[in-house]
Design a protein around this ligand. Sequence first.
Ligand SMILES: Cc1cc2nc3c(=O)[nH]c(=O)nc-3n(C[C@H](O)[C@H](O)[C@H](O)COP(=O)(O)OP(=O)(O)OC[C@H]3O[C@@H](n4cnc5c(N)ncnc54)[C@H](O)[C@@H]3O)c2cc1C
Length: 391
Amino acid sequence: MIRNREELEKQRLEVREWVEKVAIPNEDRVAELNEVPEDIVKDMQARGYFAWAIPEAYGGLGLTTEELVLMAFELSYCSVAYRARVGSNTGIGSESLIVDGTEEQKQKYLPRLASGEIVGCFALTEREAGSEATALKTTAIRKGDHYILNGSKAFITNAPISDLFTVFARTDPDDDSHRSISAFLVDLDTPGLSVGPAYKMMGQSGSPVSEVYFKDCEIPASCLLGNEEGVGFRTAMKALNKQRIHLSALSTGPAMRMLDDAAKHAQERKQFGQPIGDFQLIQAMIADSHVDIAAARTLILDTARKRDEGLDITLEASMCKYFATEMCGRIADHAVQIFGGSGYVADYSNIERFYRDVRLFRLYEGTSQIHQLNIARRTFDKIAKTGSVRL
Ligand SMILES: Cc1cc2nc3c(=O)[nH]c(=O)nc-3n(C[C@H](O)[C@H](O)[C@H](O)COP(=O)(O)OP(=O)(O)OC[C@H]3O[C@@H](n4cnc5c(N)ncnc54)[C@H](O)[C@@H]3O)c2cc1C
């Protein structure tokens, strides 16, 4: 749902201009520094990028899912590091709090997440609990008016720069089902919480990811998200449902950028006396890429609108995540092919960086295989209930 089309269009074009004038010219600097420099972070804060999906009552812009997706298409047209810097505050790092936090918890954290004053992250995965997230082992044992956390989390985006950790832990260690998982809001300065060094990764330079450790980490009972035990996994799934639509949009921006760059290159680069774009085998890759992007955009926007209407979009969110991230991978591969050797060599193009950066999309927030399983299961369910996948 778009609340005010004219206003949104103004904001969308402002982001487009910022991406072209600030983000793209600084991409090499971000990659070299391996961080988004402070001046650019401050600029993004001032422009309200951290506030997009946070409700207006808590200092955010309260964008609907459709509006968020339209903005995400724009902000992700540049190096992934920029949107990863703001993306946990206006996505996975605040969403659990938005959907299930108490009023007091929202008042305490959301305004600061919206302004970008603090950074939030989402700590679900553990080394032994990846796709099988319900196998997590971190415990949170109640002692009077406190909980004691023990365990560790792995692969947590923005952990090295986070102030607020949404941590999923088991409150009843004798119950290994999802019903004993609870969510907690843990501040960085809590004794017993420590953060590992940022990983050395295949791509996404400038987006720090690391482990998080809890050793007899004592937190007040008021840190229990929503003040309710045993519903943490449900909270995580609610947050991820929205995030998967968001991530799908964030996978479409890089795809558009790579297609634009590859199409321009195809028209400029000459071999055999003519632009390579005149060759039909190159045209086939351009055409397939464009169709892929158009299909992803349509699916994502349709799903976002359904979510805004309050419909259950669990199946569609999985479809978006699976299709858009695989689509982006296909386009990265075509782009390298169209650029030839220059697509492989960093001195000649940005394409090799995008190729490495976007590989992650198919792994986190549910791997492609996990989404395929989810889509198949829900398809069988739908057919069992209604006899058909027809709308
Ligand atoms: C850079 C990065 C950032 C991340 N950020 C976060 C974050 O901020 N917060 C967070 O909580 N997590 C985060 N993650 C974790 C991410 O969500 C997990 O890596 C992902 O869920 C996969 O888990 P895994 O790595 O343990 O792989 P595994 O679960 O071990 O999977 C390995 C392979 O087996 C396949 N597989 C597993 N089960 C099945 C099955 N049933 N059927 C078929 N195939 C199967 C998978 O598809 C995959 O191909 C991040 C990961 C990375 C790499």
